[in-house]
Design a protein around this ligand. Structure first.
Ligand code: FAD
Length: 371
């Protein structure tokens, strides 16, 4: 059984890893596009306090967050790469006490079906600032201790190396789906044809162009995101929680003073990967308003990535209509680091015709395909 995977972001890397572990033949091809979402991602794994009410989305994100507990030890067994994964908790901060009470109630309600949320507690101004010293003094918060952060880029590398350890072949280059007599037979890359029983497309925002020659109109759209990396000298930030302010931004930290703040939501961009004055202005303005203690941090890097969205902002997974051995998943949007490893595991199962843990009809790929 040979599977070819096109696209090695978090989704393709996870699919490759899970397939390779079964002993099947796996070839994974990646074009290393600038703007790969996984490479730019912030790294927050905390889907439970989102205001979003879509049940299918929530179920996927919730399963995704839970799956980390299984995945990280599996990976650590296979490769020696620190993915930065740590359950540091998350604090939702606000000045409006009533809003915090509601948020706390929602988290406690959701915990009934998601014990991995762990503790939910309301924190005073002082307690909040103690946990995240750069914050302005005016915020109280609700802390959810099950939330985690992870370095998306390193997690992807770890998954790929672990897949290779289990026999997967990783090829860098541009893949094209190979068709013979109307049937999908594999993929072409760097002038060579690789044959396969199944071709799996996990190409993020670049998926449409892959399907075009087949006459399949795939409908993934790209939202540009700029995200800033800061450094706080001589500060141990490794244990600080993820901060979710009342605006649409976030702040999280990693070891040794590394702080990540973001991100923009730009729908007009023409796949332009430039860092813009307006983009940095927006991110830093919002971050410094919430956390003035970051004023003197060093601006070390600004990354740009494209979030892949499918119609209804809901991820899709399945086989492309008319081509039973051509599979795809896409549309992980703003929560793909959370849901991606789990969805990749499901995609691997689908490719092997195993029983899935999700209801495929909720993420029907036909939603993203015009026939
Ligand atoms: P990608 O990571 O974009 O990977 C697609 C890959 O396919 C690319 O490497 C590309 O080169 C390759 N490819 C495309 N076409 C071809 C071809 N023809 N041949 C070969 N290769 C090809 N999610 C969270 O859960 N938490 C967060 O904190 C978070 N923060 C984010 C912050 C930013 C700034 C961004 C942009 C996203 C964030 N996300 C977050 C969302 C998450 O990063 C994405 O949903 C996820 O990474 C999407 O993964 P993917 O594998 O589908 O796509």
């Amino acid at each position: 059984n040979t599977h070819i995977i096109i696209g090695a972001g978090i989704l393709g890397a996870s699919t490759a890893y899970h397939l390779a572990r079964t002993g099947d033949n796996v070839i994974i091809i990646d074009r290393q596009d600038p703007g790969q979402a996984t490479e730019a991602a912030a790294g927050i794994v905390c889907p439970w306090i989102s205001q979003r009410r879509n049940k299918a989305w929530y179920s996927l994100a919730k399963n995704g967050a839970k799956y980390y507990k299984e995945l990280i030890p599996l990976l650590e067994n296979d490769v020696d790469i620190d993915t930065g994964y740590k359950k540091v908790g998350a604090i939702s901060i606000h000045t409006d006490e009533e809003k915090l009470e509601k948020l706390k109630d929602r988290a406690i309600e959701r915990r009934k079906a998601a014990p991995e949320i762990e503790e939910v507690e309301k924190l005073s101004n002082n307690e909040t600032k103690q946990l995240f010293p750069p914050l302005a003094a005016e915020f109280q918060s609700v802390k959810v201790s099950g939330a985690a952060r992870v370095n998306g880029k390193r997690l992807r590398t770890a998954l790929l190396q672990a897949a290779e350890k289990h026999g997967a072949i990783l090829i860098y280059g541009e893949a094209i789906i190979a068709v013979s007599d109307g049937k999908i037979v594999g993929a072409k890359v760097n002038g060579e044809l690789y044959k396969a029983d199944k071709v799996i497309v996990t190409a993020g925002v670049w998926a449409n162009e892959l399907f075009e020659p087949l006459g399949v109109k795939f409908k993934v759209t790209a939202q540009k995101a700029q995200i800033a990396h800061l450094h706080l000298p001589e500060t141990e930030t490794g244990e600080w929680p993820v901060v979710q302010p009342p605006n649409n931004q976030y702040i999280l930290t990693f070891e040794k003073g590394k702080v990540v703040v973001g991100a923009t939501h730009e729908d007009e961009h023409d796949f332009d990967t430039r860092v813009t004055a307006g983009g940095i202005h927006e991110i830093l303005d919002k971050a410094l308003m919430v956390a003035p203690g970051l004023h003197h941090s060093t601006l070390t890097e600004v990354k740009v990535g494209f979030r892949p969205f499918t119609p209804g902002f809901l991820p899709v997974i399945g086989s492309i209509p008319g081509h039973s051995n051509l599979l795809a998943a896409n549309g992980l949007g703003a929560s793909g680091l959370t849901a991606g490893p789990f969805l990749g595991q499901q995609l691997a199962k689908l490719s092997r015709k195993e029983l899935l843990d999700i209801d495929l009809s909720l993420y029907d790929i036909e939603q993203a395909v015009d026939i």
